[in-house]
Design a protein around this ligand. Sequence first.
Ligand code: FAD
Length: 547
Amino acid sequence: MDTRTATSRRAPLPSLTAEPADLLVVGGGITGAGIARDAAMRGLRTVLVEQGDLASGTSSISSRLVHGGLRYLEQGNLRLVFEASHERRVLLSIAPHLVRPLPFVFPVHKGDRVPLWKLAAGMWIYDLLAMFRNVRRHRLLGKRGLLRLEPMLRERGLVGGALYYDAQCDDARLTVATARSAVHHGARVATYTCVESLALADGRVQGAHLRDVLGGETGTVRARVVVNATGPWTDGLRRMEDPHAAAILRPTKGVHVVVRRDRVGNRHAVTITSPMDGRVMFVLPWGDLAYIGTTDTDWEGRPEDVRATHEDIVYLLRSANAYFPHARLTEEDVLATWAGLRPLVADPGAAEASDVSREHVILRGSHGMITIAGGKLTTYRAMAAEVVDRVVSDLHAVDGRPVPAPAPTDREPLPGGETAEIEPLRQAGMDLGLAAATVDHVLRLFGTEAAAVYNLARGDQSWRRPIHPAHPAVVAEIVHCVRRELAETVADVLTRRLHLSYETADHAVAVSEKVATVMARELRWGPDRVAREVAAYRAAWERGQVP
Ligand code: FAD
């Protein structure tokens, strides 16, 4: 299938309820999107419903690392490191525009919790578990070598460190690309469609009662198998199946702060151990920005209420300042924060939140619903395959159909990830008269689908203009997001598709009306909807919440 020309829009409610599906996936984060893709590729009639935008839960507020899991080495979990390293290699190949190699510097100071000898041993094991097929092998460095790479690091007490490799990914766009691939294989994906309760027949969960969050309509989707992939909302859905179901999650809150990179001065990703509690955390580059994170504290409230507190911000800034003393970061430097919940599986043996297992579990509920809980972005593809193995065996048991072969999710590129010469695409953008920064931006976000963005820009001169005076994205990108990437609201475009929300000093509030007006033409919104969209976007930022 040619993913370069395929269009994706959200499936309307009647298209979900008209005929029964084989599989209903609840939750459009990376886990649900991965399951829908795998199932659709195996030929299952698949429906995915998501109550908000794709990746509007945890899957857009991660640390954006596709990582081998260096810290799991400390926990002795070699299997997890091996699996994660394999998955990193797969994602680098199927979505090279969204998952990119990232060099990390790991400095060690005198008295650090991780001494140099331990780091050196860890680095060898890390590369070994990647079967020496990581982007490059690590290099151990002395103090001078380290300072050449990261001149702004604290020199006092520095004894050396390492340069090693992991990968950075655009988490929200990876989720969208995965869901779109599911659509290309025949899945119906309905965003802004909430499961309000489950539909039981013959004592089994066989569908769900849905509400269209944008239009208000309701309907029932029937499905032979239902999978709960709702991340931090997992226990809520399990209790729709069985009000007495025990909680299986122990969610922990993770916060990042975003600052201008030139305020920190980091050239690479830098792995640090917080001087407050010895936890491993990161100062990560994102274009001209740096994001610092993350915290890891228990959370008992509702997932939708999670916020960064003053203490979280102070903790992150103090940790970064300890490594970059010239930065003297204060709260004034914070451009944005994002806070989310790790949907971790409860482990009563773990004393501290950071000790809780990142591995996943797959459970069957009292009325047959399959729940997948835990895991991480890096390993979503492998988790999805495991879940769909269960689904196909359930379907075989229900109606005797043959069990399909595993799906080649590790070989088929995600939309935009097809192997192609990037230089001609770059030249095509320049020939259109787009600024070099815009061409870079388009290639980074859309990969080979840049050609589709250029086609839009070619057709309408006004679509070649920047959306925001201080950002390279152009208007054609908004249209592309609506026509092909299931964007339904201003926040879908500005936050999760194009990232202007936190890559501009005013959170792109000033251009929210312009974006809404472009979307209105595509989605046939009236003036009321435009006004509601702009008000909702502004109000979220006024509450200090990423919309
Ligand atoms: P989610 O993304 O939360 O998706 C669940 C979805 O279900 C939500 O979108 C929600 O709206 C929807 N939903 C809930 N209830 C309903 C309903 N009734 N009807 C319809 N839809 C519903 N992993 C890594 O590999 N690398 C990292 O660098 C990394 N960093 C992290 C940093 C932080 C701070 C956090 C919190 C996590 C991090 N993780 C990382 C872990 C990773 O982000 C998560 O494991 C992953 O995103 C979880 O995806 P998910 O699809 O299971 O959950």
